[in-house]
Design a protein around this ligand. Structure first.
Ligand SMILES: C[S@@+](CC[C@H](N)C(=O)[O-])C[C@H]1O[C@@H](n2cnc3c(N)ncnc32)[C@H](O)[C@@H]1O
Ligand code: SF4
Length: 470
């Protein structure tokens, strides 16, 4: 979508004239996703709030649980707060129920929140269905520990497009320490994928390793690159670790705290990869530029040149931890907008998908996302702040406070203008369901519960003691 918008902007009025002809493109399995993307781009450029197009990209979390406990991941928080949560595993039937937002999508990605997509037992069938019926480009972000048997077979057979494998350490000990699993199992699966592709003469799925650099895995890069070469990865994505509510929270592992050291490691990684002939993404090092002490927050320091297209192009379905059959729905990573019960909300056709895609909340977002400083909505204003990304890594508490305020103010603004329509299975949120306040509240409840349980146990023991005495 970004590339399409780049060219559309370059062509200017010519694009707007030519793209009218996209309406004439027949809605066939092969062509409708191109038709939809062109028309969505047109709607974005014209600032249309009530759209006739559907999402161009969709992301779905196929479950709400994970088989790993990576130190850098927020899974620990989820496991403490909701240890007995429903798996919320997506089946082929659920995917059919979402077809109204899926049928014209150019790509569908499987991941979201802290979960492992391949835990979903019908993953292989979902892949076969989406490829046969719509020919959608498919992507997954996985730890690859469950990528074997029928799932692996289906991915190769149906030309699954892109697999990003979390591979944040390359040695047995490093992997066990940071990602808490057995690297040998993952390597066996990756070798099987490499061999199956070779045996069937297939180029897909394209495989990338994701390596998020931080202080604790800086000395793992050689092993990661060697494994990438041996296991047939197409490229390695060199990412930066980002801060969060995880097991590394208090250890200042981000190189934001020592950017010279971080940038030196980046240089070593790129030089080694060149020697080994392994492609990296991005092609040039994305250096740390801003030292932690220079991050100062100012609400008004926003980049108004950013024109965000996500309300016209994207929809995600993220894990819900406190209810069965549910997803949080939103258009970007800054906020969840709805909580849906997919056993009750039917969006199986394009018309029914309007319940979400043309909901008054999304229309409000489209109306206010790309406005100037005075009339941009509070959520997008927070998102476009020039210091936002840096703040996240160096002051998680302030970042969370600013984000939670922005989300709440966004919903207040919407509710002051519009009364949300009542739709079965669709709840419009009023604030951030993952806010720091709610997190602390839930922790408090757990502590109270634990204390109550302990007191009950103590009382029971006392009664036993009394009975024994009596
Ligand atoms: C949360 S995971 C979920 C998908 C899957 N379980 C996996 O590990 O690939 C999504 C991606 O974010 C990455 N990730 C998680 N926490 C991170 C952090 N603090 N910094 C950078 N990347 C992180 C993961 O490694 C993974 O590639
Ligand atoms: S990063 Fe992925 S594999 Fe690791 S615990 Fe989180 S969700 Fe699981």
């Amino acid at each position: 979508m970004d590339r399409l918008i780049y060219w559309a902007k370059k062509l200017g009025p010519v694009f707007l004239i030519v793209s009218i002809f996209a309406y004439a493109i027949p809605r066939t399995r092969k062509l409708s996703k191109y038709r939809n993307a062109l028309l969505a781009c047109r709607a974005f450029l014209q600032g249309t709030t009530l759209v006739t197009t559907r999402p161009v990209s969709v992301r779905i979390a196929p479950t709400a649980i994970c088989n790993y406990r990576c130190l850098f991941c927020e899974i620990h928080k989820d496991n403490i707060l909701y240890p007995k949560r429903s798996k919320n595993e997506i089946t082929l039937e659920h995917i059919r129920n979402y077809e109204g937002v899926l049928e014209e999508a150019y790509n569908l990605s499987f991941y979201g929140g802290s979960e492992e997509p391949l835990v979903a037992k019908e993953f292989g069938q979902i892949v076969a269905h989406m490829k046969k019926k719509f020919g959608t480009k498919l992507m997954v972000n996985t730890n690859a520990s469950l990528m074997k048997g029928d799932v692996l077979d289906s991915m190769v057979e149906h030309g699954f497009d892109y697999i990003i494998v979390s591979y944040h350490a390359g040695t047995t000990d490093g992997y066990r320490a940071i990602m808490t699993g057995k690297i040998e199992k993952v390597d066996t699966n990756l070798a099987a994928l490499r061999d199956l592709k070779a045996a069937r003469g297939k180029r897909k799925p394209v495989v990338a390793f994701n390596f998020a650099l931080q202080r604790l895995n800086a000395d793992e890069y050689e092993a990661i690159l060697e494994k990438a070469v041996n296991l047939g990865a197409d490229h390695v994505i060199v990412n930066r670790y980002y801060g969060g509510r995880n097991k590394l929270q208090d250890q200042n592992v981000s190189y934001e705290y020592d950017i010279a050291a971080g940038n030196a490691v980046l240089d070593d990684i790129y030089s080694k990869a060149r020697d080994m002939g392994m492609k990296l993404e991005p092609a040039k090092p994305d250096y740390w530029r801003q030292p932690a002490e220079s991050v100062h927050w100012d609400d008004e320091n926003i980049d108004t040149t950013i024109q965000c297209h996500l309300p016209w192009s994207h929809l995600h379905f993220n894990p819900v931890l406190d209810r069965a059959n549910s997803h949080f729905v939103g258009v970007c990573n800054r906020a969840e907008l709805f909580k849906v019960d997919y056993a009750r909300l039917n969006i199986s056709t394009a018309e029914k998908a309007d319940k979400i895609w043309n909901h008054s909340l999304l229309k409000h977002l489209r109306e206010t996302v790309n406005k100037g400083c005075d009339s941009i909505n509070p959520l997008c204003k927070f998102c476009k702040n020039n210091q936002r990304e840096a703040l996240r890594n160096v002051d998680a508490a302030l970042y969370a406070a600013k984000r939670d305020q922005a989300v709440e103010a966004f919903f207040q603004q919407y509710n002051s203008k519009i009364t949300p329509e009542i739709i079965e299975g669709l709840e419009v949120l009023v604030d951030n369901p993952h806010s720091e306040e709610k997190f602390q509240e839930k922790l408090g409840e757990l502590n109270t519960l634990e204390i109550a349980e302990k007191r009950q146990l103590d009382e029971a023991l006392d009664e036993t003691a009394l009975a024994r005495m009596g």
